[in-house]
Design a binder for this molecule. Structure first.
Ligand SMILES: Nc1ncnc2c1ncn2[C@@H]1O[C@H](COP(=O)(O)OP(=O)(O)O)[C@@H](O)[C@H]1O
Ligand SMILES: [Mg+2]
Length: 266
């Protein structure tokens, strides 16, 4: 398992890619929540919207970025210049920097190989100015998404208890490991009716991975179903700001703590 070491030994620029098989499982909600939670732990955080087809980090956070990843790819601005501060930006406890995507710019989903390589290398270089970069990926296992996931130090796959989420997550892991047989994505189970359902979903996923991929995934955490998440998205803010005492907010803090300490969930 590749996980971050203790904060005092942490290498700068560690990239965590947040992936899923199926769309709508909560990747963006978890990515934004983790960006906040890692920042609260004292890390300088960069959040990159890597959903090149249907970007929406900026919309969930109510940002109005003056430039975005599309401008970077077409050469109008550098990656550094596309950074937009959220909640005070990376220097603030609780704030972080964001590189937004461009909502609805489907053309970006079919980037050429060299453009993707440049984007992945540029992100890794920029990440070195931070303690951690979080890459919110598109659903599925298309070429661009796999390429960005392979550039990350850690990949975390989000699933829920729907059978389609499990089969699609399995397909993603299979594709990832075809490209890199050492890839060992962590798992977070989100938005299940209760913790037993989350553990059942993880067990089913683990069993399939063990049977067909000879790979045992690690459960990094569970984020409970909680109406404070859609309510925060509707208010274009973070659940940790709008509802800091909510179960989901506490789960996100616990997940960040687990990832930062480099331990699997209990
Ligand atoms: N833990 C949760 N509890 C309740 N609703 C959730 C939870 N996580 C995500 N959602 C809802 O699911 C929807 C999809 O979330 P989103 O983060 O946009 O998914 P993705 O980025 O994977 O497409 C949103 O409407 C969000 O409010
Ligand atoms: Mg998303």
């Amino acid at each position: 398992m590749k996980l971050a070491t203790a904060p005092e030994h942490r290498a700068a620029g560690r990239i965590l890619a947040v992936a899923s098989g199926k769309g709508g499982v909560g990747k963006t909600a978890i990515s934004t929540g983790l960006a906040r939670a890692f920042s609260q732990l004292g890390e300088r955080v960069l959040l990159v919207d890597g959903d090149l087809g249907m970007a929406n980090v900026d919309v969930q956070l109510g940002l109005n970025p003056s430039s975005d990843i599309a401008s970077v790819i077409n050469g109008t601005v550098s990656l550094e210049k596309a950074v937009c501060p959220a909640f005070g930006g990376a220097p603030e406890r609780g704030g972080f920097d964001v590189i937004s995507g461009r909502s609805g710019s489907g053309a970006l989903a079919n980037l050429s190989g060299p453009s993707l390589t440049k984007l992945a290398a540029g992100t890794a270089a920029l990440a070195l100015s931070y303690d951690r970069a979080i890459l919110d990926l598109a659903a599925g296992a298309d070429r661009s998404t796999l390429r960005l996931a392979l550039a990350a130090d850690d990949v975390m796959i989000v699933l829920n208890d729907e059978p389609t989420s499990l089969t699609d997550a399995y397909a993603f892991v299979k594709s990832l490991r075809l490209q890199d047989d050492g890839a060992a994505p962590l798992v977070v189970v989100n938005n299940t009716p209760n913790r037993a359902a989350a553990h059942d979903a993880f067990s089913a996923f683990k069993k399939t991975c063990e049977s067909f991929l000879s790979f045992t995934p690690v459960l990094a955490g569970i984020v409970q179903r909680d109406d404070t998440i859609p309510a925060a998205i509707r208010a274009q803010t973070l659940v940790a700001i709008r509802s800091p005492q909510s179960g989901a907010s506490r789960d996100l803090d616990a997940l960040a703590g687990t990832l930062a300490r480099g331990k699997e969930a209990a």
